[in-house]
Design a protein around this ligand. Structure first.
Ligand code: C5P
Length: 398
């Protein structure tokens, strides 16, 4: 998978930089061509000499090096790679990438590239869980940046443990292989619905809900990262769709159903959209006007098609159908009943009471309900929920 692939490895400044040396060896063992860029801080931990000895190539360290810029240049470095790997990715590098800063060679390359970027964060667990880092993680995930790790364990600082250790080199190698198209979902087609629907009242007004599309977007990105071909059918969401997936934009529930049926067959369908249950039956062909009588117009509603139930019970049913259930009380009971009623295999249930801050927020706390029972996951960023769910989907389709 990695044979003859060009990997640009950006080494950030953290104690985990020493593992980048092993990573280079592992990548080269598999036939990859590795070129390395080091930040100033990385050079406080390991030297360009040792990195260059392992890549058997020049090591790039300076945006303002006249010779390097003449010979190769940061734009070429950014483009002449099949994959960019950042390991270790420090909190600082993540912040730069999330915000588009470009004041050194590593960040300029990351901003200039049009290639997939895989980052292996490494930092103190407190830095990893700070709101600023959480925001940057969510931004990067939504921008299509792939993550591997961090893992949980002992930190370099004596007595500290938690989530923040850089993923092991072999795990980074596996993630690089998946990013290059060899993941466990390679060759699989997965359909994802996401976002709210808008149901028109008249040509200028509509009924909507507060879904941001964040969880569905993260899920599509995670499935893509495992190698799936993803069709992403989205209502008018507030977060941008992921890169590297086929995006079908729709407005209403009925349009979403049509788009879903047009996208079948699929190996799996994940319905994360917050579809409106009703549409306005007496839609105005023109903008409704006040008639001076002081009476408000009466809206009549008609029930929308249930996309999840239609697909679950349809002739072209995917092997695995996953629904979501946003509940505000008796989450597991209601969601288990919904699983049976709709005929899907799994329901991902969450509590969207306003106090949880989940709807529109960066984190999610879900219970996965299947024929085998209910399994509650700890609260974590939506990108992590997406990754875990994508891994489970890969296992189910294996
Ligand atoms: O019934 P409820 O809306 O709570 O069910 C939620 C699940 O059903 C979600 O997976 C959602 O995408 C799906 N759904 C659907 N079509 C509808 C309503 C909900 O696919 N009309």
């Amino acid at each position: 998978m990695l044979a003859d692939k060009r990997i640009l490895l950006i080494i950030g400044g953290g104690i985990a930089a020493y593992k980048a040396l092993d990573l280079i060896r592992r990548l080269r063992e598999r036939g990859a061509r590795v070129r390395a860029v080091m930040t100033q801080a990385a050079q406080q931990f390991i030297t360009p000499l040792s990195v260059g000895a392992l890549t058997a190539d020049h090591v790039f360290t300076d945006l303002f090096d006249r010779q390097d810029e003449q010979d190769v240049g940061h734009i070429r470095l950014a483009r002449e790679a099949d994959l960019i790997v950042v390991a270790p990715a420090t909190a600082d590098l993540m912040a730069k990438l999330a915000n588009g800063l470009a004041n050194d060679l590593a960040s300029a390359i990351l901003l200039a590239t049009d290639k997939t970027v895989l980052i292996a964060p490494a930092m103190n667990p407190r830095m990893w869980s700070r709101p600023a880092t959480l925001r940057n993680r969510a931004t990067l995930a939504a921008d299509g940046v792939l993550f591997i790790g961090p893992a949980r364990g002992e930190m370099a600082e004596a007595g500290e443990a938690g989530e923040g250790r850089m993923a092991e080199p072999l795990d980074i190698v596996a993630a690089a292989e998946a990013a290059l198209g060899g993941g466990p979902l390679a060759g699989r087609h997965v359909l994802v619905t996401s976002g709210p629907t808008h149901e028109p009242i008249d040509p200028v007004r509509y009924i909507a809900n507060r879904s941001s599309g964040a969880q569905g977007t993260a899920l599509a990105a995670a499935l893509r990262d495992l190698g799936a071909r993803v069709t992403f059918i989205t209502g008018p969401a507030t977060v941008p769709p992921p890169q590297g997936v086929a995006v079908v934009s729709v407005e209403t529930a009925r349009e979403m159903l049509d788009a879903v049926q047009a996208a079948l067959p699929a190996d799996a369908a994940v319905m994360a959209a917050a579809v409106a249950d009703w549409r306005v039956a007496n839609q105005g062909a023109q903008k409704m006007k006040k008639d001076g009588s002081g009476r408000a117009p009466a809206l009549e509603f008609a029930e929308n098609p249930d996309i999840l139930a239609t697909v679950s019970k349809g002739a072209q049913r995917p092997r695995l159908v996953v629904g979501f259930a946003a509940e505000t009380e008796k989450v597991v009971d209601h969601a288990s009943a919904k699983r049976l009623r709709k005929g899907c295999d799994w329901i991902v249930a969450n509590d969207v009471s306003p106090a949880t801050g989940i709807m529109g927020g960066a984190e999610n706390a879900v219970t996965l309900i299947s024929a085998a029972g209910a399994e509650t996951w700890e609260r974590m960023p939506k990108a992590m929920v997406a990754r875990r769910l994508a891994e489970r989907i890969a296992e189910a389709l294996a």
